[in-house]
Write a new protein. Sequence first.
Length: 357
Amino acid sequence: MTVQHDTRTRPELAAALRESVYLPTMTLGAYQRRIAEAGPLLPSLLDFERPGADAALRALADTVTEFDSDGTGRGDSYRRAQRTTMVRWTGMRQILRLASPPASSHAGTVLDVLGGDGTIARAVSRAADATLGHMSVLTGDVSGTMVERALEQGLPAVRQSADFLFLRDGAVDATLLAYGTHHIAPRDRPAAVAEAVRVTRAGGRVLLHDFDESSPMARFFTEVVHPCSTAGHDYRHFSRPSLTALFDGAGIPASVHDLYDPLTVTADSEERARQDMCDHLRDMYGIRAFFDGHEDIRDAWNSLVRYFDHTDYLAATRLRDPESVPSAPVIRRRGNRYVAEVPRVALLAVGRTPPRT
Ligand SMILES: C[S@@+](CC[C@H](N)C(=O)[O-])C[C@H]1O[C@@H](n2cnc3c(N)ncnc32)[C@H](O)[C@@H]1O
């Protein structure tokens, strides 16, 4: 095979890249001008001329994902569900606290590699949680539509694939692969973790969140989301040994935790809380067909109670206080409000990047 070497000078290459399609309505040059308007920080973290960037940009231009729109899968309905931003805050808060340990004077910049249209960034700013200090979240995503929607909300965002990031070495204080890591193909996972390590400063944290293959959540994906959603859900989840091996392979040993990561919805009545939770699940997972297959909301809720029954799974986890969490979906009265809670237990690997030599 003949290898064609790029004979363009660096300025010629940069000029050509600026003309390339980057987001659905923006070239790379237009994107760079747009993020520069918000200040110099984000542009200073990015390098679109790093070796391989040209090929990565071409691959992105050809990439269509199920998260772009409902036409390609469940993008529009997923984003509609995330308008109620705090549904997963219990888990997100714990993840973010582990991304910035108490000893840090400030939380710094966290790259959310599978950030969608900025759910975690919005949740952090809405929660105004003092323990998260001055944390700022940089949203990444492979879907151009997701990134454009994040930018439209005034959030810093970058389109890139987890296995090839446009960030400079050591650009961020922590990197998070969460809420969808199973979407990264198993063959690309070592590169994704290696990239997370590369872009995280020395002594910073790399976190990977997903569900165990044996968890009720993985079963729900296989038995409900896969047959009921337009794009299906044929993805491999994780296990403790596979997480340990991924981090060992990237040269940073990780501790693997069980994380209580429920879905929580609050409403004025029990009926409303049940309905809102079902609507959220329908939109988030694109599973209208599942709900259409039930007589009514109570019937669907009873199915969810069976799918999300964590009794056996909880007994096998190392959660610090398993008795404090519900073993199946519940609706509880809190003051004059009603809280619907769907339990989920995730795996969370946390590694610390070594000092640079
Ligand atoms: C389940 S959504 C989660 C979005 C957001 N974190 C949230 O919690 O709402 C998963 C996201 O990962 C993105 N994604 C999938 N594969 C990716 C990859 N290889 N690199 C970067 N993003 C990816 C999808 O486009 C999608 O927006």
